[in-house]
Ligand binder design. Structure first.
Ligand SMILES: NC(=O)c1ccc[n+]([C@@H]2O[C@H](COP(=O)([O-])OP(=O)(O)OC[C@H]3O[C@@H](n4cnc5c(N)ncnc54)[C@H](O)[C@@H]3O)[C@@H](O)[C@H]2O)c1
Length: 266
């Protein structure tokens, strides 16, 4: 039996957070694989340059955490592309890296709102279009921080855990109507979000490399490829799954140093 390579010709895709990082790279890959792509982002200044870099056809600006703006961005994308078949929810922000008892509640709420409520609102608006046409696929970007607890990251972790649960719930609600909803849980990926943390020496990349079985951080393209697979017909029987794309991070449970064992030095 032969199968065709992934081909998104004739599919219309919206990528939120499409002006940077994983979202931008995913938008570019989907366009390269034949999709008509619209990118949405809060940062309106970066949308034009990102559109040119990715080969997207349209862009729309707004805050995914705002119900009206989320609806408008989905409507803008569907209007510009003539419909909507695929959605990637990549818009997100990091948190303050402080313990719960020191965290500002308004800041906590904003991190939850952008990462979780934003994903919910975009899914909700896009889902109505997809349910009507009885076809569609969504990928939500969660995180390894949504799988296990990371001290100092309560807002982000709660939001990303919520994204996992939301993904499963939507898959169950919409499966009978032909709409698949999946997610990925990336580990540390070399995007502006992480490069900023590295520059500010918030964390040490060598510790992450040692804690990761494959021994390095991820590239945005590795996240885009996993996302493209889940959006594609190759994943036609996959729904309600949030796939770790983490170089083995979530599989690793030992107390000791993974590097010594891998290189045979220990
Ligand atoms: N980089 C990593 O290591 C990593 C790891 C796990 C999960 N993630 C997740 O992947 C997604 C993409 O992250 P990234 O590393 O590419 O970050 P990034 O900062 O490079 O890109 C995020 C984009 O989202 C946009 N955005 C932020 N708030 C928004 C809002 N309210 N409405 C609309 N757009 C908004 C930003 O303007 C930016 O363009 C995020 O959801 C992030 O939490 C990233």
């Amino acid at each position: 039996m032969t199968d065709q390579p992934i081909d998104f010709s004739g599919r219309r895709a919206l990528v939120t957070g499409g002006a940077s990082g994983i979202g931008e790279t995913t938008a570019g890959l989907l366009a390269e694989l034949g999709a008509e792509v619209a990118i949405a982002d809060l940062d309106s200044d970066r949308l034009g340059p990102a559109l040119r870099r990715t080969g997207a056809k349209a862009h729309t600006a707004g805050d995914v955490a705002d119900a009206g703006q989320a609806e408008s961005m989905v409507a803008d994308a569907a209007e510009a592309l003539g419909g909507l078949d695929l959605v990637v929810n990549s818009a997100g922000i990091g948190d303050d890296l402080v313990p719960v008892h020191e965290q500002d509640p308004d800041r906590w709420q904003r991190v939850v709102d952008v990462n979780l409520r934003g994903t919910y609102l975009i899914c909700r608006a896009a889902g109505r279009i997809m349910l009507e046409q009885r076809r569609g696929a969504i990928v939500n970007i969660s995180s390894i921080v949504g799988l296990d607890a990371f001290p100092g990251r309560s807002a982000y972790g709660v939001a990303k855990a919520g994204v996992i649960h939301l993904t499963k719930t939507l898959a169950c609600e919409w499966g009978p109507s032909g709409v698949r909803v999946n997610g990925i849980a990336p580990a540390y990926t070399t995007t502006p979000m992480v490069e900023d943390l590295l520059e500010r020496k918030i964390f040490d990349p060598t510790l992450i490399e040692r804690r990761t079985p494959v021994g390095r951080l991820a590239t945005p393209l590795e996240m885009a490829r996993a996302t493209a697979f889940l959006l594609s017909d190759w994943a036609s029987y996959v729904t309600g799954v949030v796939m770790p794309v983490d170089g083995g991070w979530s599989a690793y449970g030992a107390a000791g140093d993974v590097v010594k064992i891998r290189t045979g030095e220990g």
